[in-house]
Design a protein around this ligand. Sequence first.
Ligand code: ARG
Length: 561
Amino acid sequence: MAPSVDPVCQSNTMLLSSSLMISSCGDSESSLLARLSRSSWTCNPQISASLASQLQQDDVVEEIHAGWGVIHFRVNRTLLVQKVLEQSCKERHTFGMKSELFKGLKKGTTVVEFSSPNIAKKFHAGHLRSTIIGNFIANLKESLGNNVIRMNYLGDWGMQFGLLGAGFQRFGCPEKLKINPLQHLFDVYVQVNREAGTDEAVRQEGREFFRQLEQHEQQAIALWSQFREITVSEYQKVYKRLGVHFDVYSGESFHQKQAQEVVLRLQTKGLLKTTEKGTGVVDLSPSGDMSSYSTLLRSDETSLYITRDLAAAINRKEMYNFDEMIYVTDKSQETHFQQLFQILLAMGHLWAERCQHVPFGLVQGMNTRLGEVVFLDDVLDEARARMLRNMSQAKTTKEMDDPETTAEKVGISALIIQDFKGPLVSDYKFDWDRILQAQGDTGVFLQYTHARLCSLIRKHGDGVERNVDPSLLQDHRSISILRHLLRYDEVIYQSACDLQPKHLVNFLMTLRYIWMFRTHRDVSELFKTFSKYTPVKKTRRQQDIKTESNPHGPITGLSDV
Ligand code: ARG
């Protein structure tokens, strides 16, 4: 490095050198791939020329030249093609995952608590969001080498179960409970709440039933257990449709006893104060003036949502000794989780530092033709029915063996992709027509692309066994695709850091666009060159071209190319 270079320039050179790993000796496979993925580096316009002159070309970076505030690199394209194909074919499931980027990430046991619906209540759009976001986070953590515990924490305790039990004793029907349990429990719950609004006797019955539950009286517990079991098995069917599973079904009911112990511990530590109204509260204000506090105990000594959450967190730490715990709920519960973590820390549970709440925004307008969404099943049925109709109306949809299954898969993907596109914390307006569009940034569009690629692989193999001639993929678009693929590790790394799926979804959308927006001129030029090459490669590329014949035309169904 020239001694005359000023310090800013010097540190920039070092930064650049390390970011590009310009000193090529001892390159590991992943750092080599990282270098191949770079095409430029932006810097202060005044120093780009000076920096560029100090960088040396090598086997990986063949050419370096400075522009205004940017340094361009021309990487060895043959090497790029070779390496990406080698990696993506031979290590398909771990592609990008061996990157140096991940070395700094800690691995361990991660509890991901998600979905967590309430028995007998509506499964609203928020629960759907929690289910798919939590599943994404659990999958991500697992693929990064963590031991993941997927937990569903059911809302299965509280005063409302007193009313539900009392309601069932009044107008419940065991037959209906067998045929359509979620609907029947919901109907009973709605009816009993309506009546309790005007009838003190019903309210009294509800309180009495809940007292029996808290006292563990056999008959009440037997009925409540039946509600719970039926609900879990119904939910499991729907989770299966979504490709989601849980290792543990826990719930608020599990922790009512432990909640009392937590209260005692807080009292012993002098953290619980009794208010004039007789409630038990923890002062959370920094100055101890009760300007912010959390209520943990009602005046009748029963526990609250947060008391049970405190007990549940402590219990999970004891059971799983997790390294981190992630809660996925809508953002209206942000304060609840802040307070939860704060109280745990005040109790001396320093591991609460490694507990995290992932909040998400509200979804407006998720209705089905039956009206407001009540059950998850309804949403998935609606997605399938609408997708099926779109497919049947599309002129180019080929006949399928099982259109229902295809419509279900594509419809669900559409729901998920719509949800994952933006920052999780943003609210959005739900619009069936928009999310099920065959074009644009939709799940339908991605599934279509995926189906086409699978079809190519089915017909021509995945290239693992073939010797690929790298000179066939030197055109601008191919290089763009290959270079984009090399960014996969960065994308996963970003998602690993902020737990947002948008990075991955946008990566896939961009990949699709680079592939799709190949111009007709590009295509015809490519076509001329194919004839020179071996049949396998020729056929592969021809498949690509055939599908590019109308790149902006309607994409319909999931027909094979
Ligand atoms: N059942 C709750 C609801 O529907 C969500 C539970 C969230 N998890 C927790 N540990 N508090 O709002």
